[in-house]
Design a protein around this ligand. Structure first.
Ligand SMILES: Nc1ncnc2c1ncn2[C@@H]1O[C@H](COP(=O)(O)OP(=O)(O)O)[C@@H](O)[C@H]1O
Ligand SMILES: [Mg+2]
Length: 375
């Protein structure tokens, strides 16, 4: 087991800098998820930790030891990939035990350890099969077992569930977390899927174009996204963002139609600053016209089963709202939109950075029972 310290790491390919000044401390035994869209540098960061790519500048330490100059096999990392990379001509048992065989572990010990590891990932009955005779989920388990058996200091996962269908992905997600809770090895898991990230992570690292945008627990990031980028990436459907201007004297934001949205706290705001007000679709609710913060027109209502996603339009800006009611309203109808002042997020329109208003999202404001009376 080991902590990982990434200090001011930069990576360039030729003349292109694809990662700049990345600093991150991963604690011993922690499960960290690196989250970001395709191309933002997630795989590169993993490959730098594993030693599959060379660091251009900066330092990476594993277990307190700088590994910049160490070969991949000297770093004690096991990597699990999306495409499994199993040997097709070998049985499940041979695939799982291959690293031990190469390391010269005697046959009897190998057999015992393979059996034990296979059992821990639910493959106990499939030891004699070839990869071609396995389902996608079973192959992924073989890849996991092959990593676990080496007792690595660090597990590195590069989108290992992307090839699985939705149901299996959720199941394997739980399995990976269960295995982690058992063996508690430091794990770094890369994904572009926010649900995977939210459910697996002790801490999430949100990346944007080669740098880290925010680090925090899933709920910290959901409750206080550090930027409009994070706000748009975490949460589903994405947070609504309404442009406006700060009016310090009235402790609120003036929207384009003249509506004033009060802000919680609201001290020390820079008067006249152009901002974006964020409201999550699950924190807004539909009320009678004139009874909410503002009125909007229904564009389309999508049935999600457990809830309805109402796509509204306010001053030409799309605004979505989740409701568990079944509104009997047709497109074109005008409705009121309500939300508590504590459920607004404020961002600088120029930089995208979060502005703290002194109060933030409070527990009371998240209580739906109280909320209903709040408008
Ligand atoms: N070997 C390479 N040579 C040149 N550019 C690369 C190489 N590997 C990755 N890149 C570039 O670095 C960026 C980050 O890639 P990657 O780490 O694979 O992103 P992600 O895993 O988040 O999708 C991309 O723009 C990609 O094109
Ligand atoms: Mg990748």
């Amino acid at each position: 087991m080991a902590e990982i310290n990434i200090r001011a790491v930069t990576k360039t390919f030729g003349k292109t800098t694809i990662m700049e000044g990345v600093t991150l401390d991963i604690r011993n035994g922690e499960f960290v998820v690196i989250l970001g869209p395709s191309g933002c540098g997630k795989s590169t960061l993993l490959r730098l930790i594993a030693g599959l790519e060379e660091i251009t500048a900066g330092e990476i330490a594993i277990g307190g030891e700088v590994v910049n100059r160490l070969e991949p096999r000297e770093r004690g990392c096991a990597m699990v990939f999306q495409n499994y990379a199993l040997y097709p001509h070998m049985t499940v048992a041979e695939n799982i035990g291959y690293a031990l065989k190469v390391a010269g572990v005697p046959r009897a010990e190998r057999t015992a350890r393979v059996a034990e590891t296979a059992k821990s990932v639910g493959l106990g009955d499939l030891l004699d099969r070839k990869p071609g005779q396995l389902s996608g989920g079973q192959r992924q388990r073989v890849a996991m077992a092959r990593a676990i058996i080496r007792s690595p200091r660090v597990f590195l996962f590069d989108e290992p569930l992307s090839n699985l269908d939705a149901k299996l992905r959720v199941q394997m997600r739980h399995e990976i977390r269960r295995i982690h809770n058992q063996i508690k090895a430091t794990s770094v898991f890369v994904t572009h899927d926010q649900h995977e990230g939210m459910t697996l992570a002790d801490r999430l690292v949100v990346m944007n174009r080669g740098s880290i945008e925010q680090v925090g627990t899933p709920s910290e990031i959901y409750d206080r996204p550090a930027s409009t980028y994070v706000a748009g990436f975490i949460g589903s459907p994405a947070m609504n963002l309404l442009p406006g201007q700060l009016v310090a004297a009235r402790r609120g934001v003036m929207l384009e139609d003249g509506t004033l949205l009060p802000l919680p706290g609201g001290e020390g705001l820079r008067d006249g600053l152009m901002v974006q007000v964020g409201i999550r679709p699950e924190h807004a609710r539909m009320v009678s016209p004139g009874r909410g913060r503002f009125d909007a027109r229904i564009d389309m209502i999508e049935e999600l089963g457990a809830a309805r996603l109402c796509n509204l339009v306010f001053e030409d800006i799309p605004f979505s709202l989740l409701t568990d009611a079944r509104p009997a309203l047709a497109p074109g109808a005008v409705v009121g939109v309500g939300f508590g002042p504590g459920q607004t997020h404020l961002f600088d329109a120029g930089t995208g950075a979060r502005i703290e208003t002194g109060a933030g999202v409070s527990q009371t404001d998240r209580n739906p029972a109280r909320l209903r009376g709040a408008v």
